[in-house]
Write a protein that binds this ligand. Structure first.
Ligand SMILES: [Zn+2]
Length: 277
């Protein structure tokens, strides 16, 4: 069933586990992630990025439909929305949650854009995630972990109260996509954020961040963990291992499905969300 992440994340925060938020390039990938979540009785969030999919309209509708058919609660969120217009498009399609990422902008501009989005989204029951501090966009984007700006806890508290956002993505040392090496996460900072910030915390850049790091982060109060790159890698590994001789090529989509499903199951395990439905 399709639900908003807002209550899902409040439950996770209260009960000390994390909801996996898995990158989704099309309906097939969504189905694979949902299969893993159904198998584990885990709540799930699917991430759709506007510019990454060939048609946000078509893929967005498809992913929403697949989420509706799931036997576990699934949210679909516009991930890293860049503009007010993208957010409106997602809301019109029926997305239960949206993220607007203005984290590279100065405080006042980030806050005022978030206030505008929160006002319209909340008017129609849609949840809103913001990012405060900045998580680097990762290898190949010209932006590495060095471009990350750690989240200041006191400013984050002010930001949440001034904007009314439902969830806050924080920066504690991860970056998006692939890494060179394993990052050092700032667990002291995470503990302080968990203590002070009154809404569920989100960690982006979960892929390649080190399994122990992520398990700790989930135990310490991250309520939503974004993972995308690792799912694609799961598909690639499965393709490398597959035998496509003879009529094996017909198995292409099944192989990709099971590769993503296995990576999604691993993410669910890290989050500790199995059996939480
Ligand atoms: Zn992200």
């Amino acid at each position: 069933m399709l639900v908003s992440m807002v209550q899902m994340l409040r439950d996770a925060r209260e009960q000390g586990y994390c909801v996996p938020a898995l990158g989704c390039g099309n309906e097939h990938q969504a189905r694979a992630c949902i299969a893993a979540a159904e198998q584990a009785s885990s709540p799930l969030i699917l991430l759709v990025i506007y510019e990454v999919v060939p048609s946000f309209e078509t893929i967005g509708r498809g992913v929403l439909r697949v989420a509706e058919e799931a036997s576990v609660p699934v949210s679909v969120i516009l991930d890293h929305g860049k503009t007010f217009e993208q957010v409106m498009h997602a809301i019109r399609l029926g997305f239960p949650d949206v993220m607007l990422d203005c984290s590279a902008l100065p405080y006042e501009e980030n806050a005022s854009r978030m206030r505008e989005v929160v006002r319209v989204a909340h008017a129609v029951g849609v949840g809103v995630e913001a990012e405060f501090g900045h998580v680097g966009m990762g290898l190949g984007t010209g932006e590495t972990a060095d471009h990350s700006v750690y989240t200041d806890p006191d400013k984050a508290v002010r930001f949440v109260s001034e904007t009314g956002v439902d969830a806050l993505a924080v920066s504690i040392g991860t970056a998006h996509g692939a890494y060179e090496g394993t990052p050092e996460l700032q667990f002291g900072l995470l503990a302080e954020l968990r203590e002070k910030v009154p809404v569920p915390l989100v960690l982006h850049g979960g892929s390649g961040s080190g399994e122990e790091n992520l398990r700790n982060a989930c135990r310490m109060g991250v309520a939503k963990l974004n993972i995308a790159h690792d799912l694609y890698c799961g598909a690639l590994r499965a393709l490398e291992d597959a035998d496509f001789t003879g009529n094996g090529a017909y198995d292409l989509y099944n192989v990709v499905f099971h590769g993503i499903e296995a990576a999604a199951a691993h993410a669910i395990d890290i989050c500790g969300s199995a059996g939480k439905v």
